[in-house]
Design a protein around this ligand. Structure first.
Ligand code: HEM
Length: 134
C-alpha cells in the first residue's frame, strides 16, 4: 500500500510539472501576443491546480500511512502554499467579467507555485526530476 502510494506520489509530480510549464508558457504567450483571455488558459490553469491538489491528497494519504518525519515539515508547508497560489488566479479570473480577465496573474502565480514546488522537492533531498524509488 505504502509503496503504491509513494510511486503514485512520485509519478504524479511529472504531470504537475508538465501542466505547470504548459500553463506558464500559455500565460506568457498570451501576455506577449496581447491576445484576449481564452478558454485554453482556464483549462491549463485549472489542470495545474487540480493535479497539484490531487498530489497534496496523495501526500496526506502517505502521511497517514505512517511515514511522518520532521524532515517532511518543509516539504508539506511549501507544497500547501504552492497549491493555494496555483488556485488563486483560476478562482479570481472565474469571478471577473470576460473583458477584465488577463494572463499576467496566471504567469506570476504559476511561476511562484513552480518555484515553491522546486524548493519543496529540494527540501527532502531530491532533485526536481529525480526519484529514489522509480
Ligand atoms: C502537502 C502535501 C504533500 C505531502 C503531505 C507530501 C508528503 C510526502 C511524503 C510523506 C513523501 C515520502 C518521503 C519519503 O519517505 O521518501 C513525499 C515524497 C515526495 N514528494 Fe511529497 N507531499 C506533498 C506534496 C507534494 C507535491 C505537491 C509534490 C510535487 C509536485 C511532491 C513531490 C514529492 C516527491 C518528488 C517526493 C519524492 C518521491 C521519490 O523519491 O521519488 N510532494 N511527499
Amino acid at each position: 500500500m505504502f509503496t503504491g502510494l509513494l510511486h503514485a506520489h512520485s509519478g504524479l509530480r511529472y504531470l504537475v510539472l508538465l501542466f505547470g510549464v504548459l500553463a506558464l508558457g500559455y500565460a506568457l504567450w498570451g501576455m506577449v501576443s496581447r491576445r484576449p483571455y481564452d478558454k485554453g488558459m482556464r483549462i491549463l490553469g485549472t489542470s495545474f491546480a487540480g493535479f497539484l491538489h490531487l498530489q497534496v491528497l496523495v501526500g496526506f494519504f502517505l502521511l497517514v500511512s505512517g511515514v511522518f518525519q520532521p524532515m517532511l515539515i518543509g516539504h508539506i508547508f511549501l507544497m500547501l502554499i504552492a497549491a493555494v497560489v496555483a488556485q488563486i488566479p483560476v478562482s479570481v479570473m472565474r469571478r471577473r467579467p470576460q473583458e477584465e480577465r488577463s494572463y499576467a496573474p496566471h504567469a506570476v502565480a504559476t511561476l511562484l507555485a513552480l518555484g515553491l514546488i522546486w524548493f519543496g522537492v529540494l527540501s527532502i533531498g531530491r532533485g526536481l526530476l529525480e526519484s529514489n524509488i522509480l
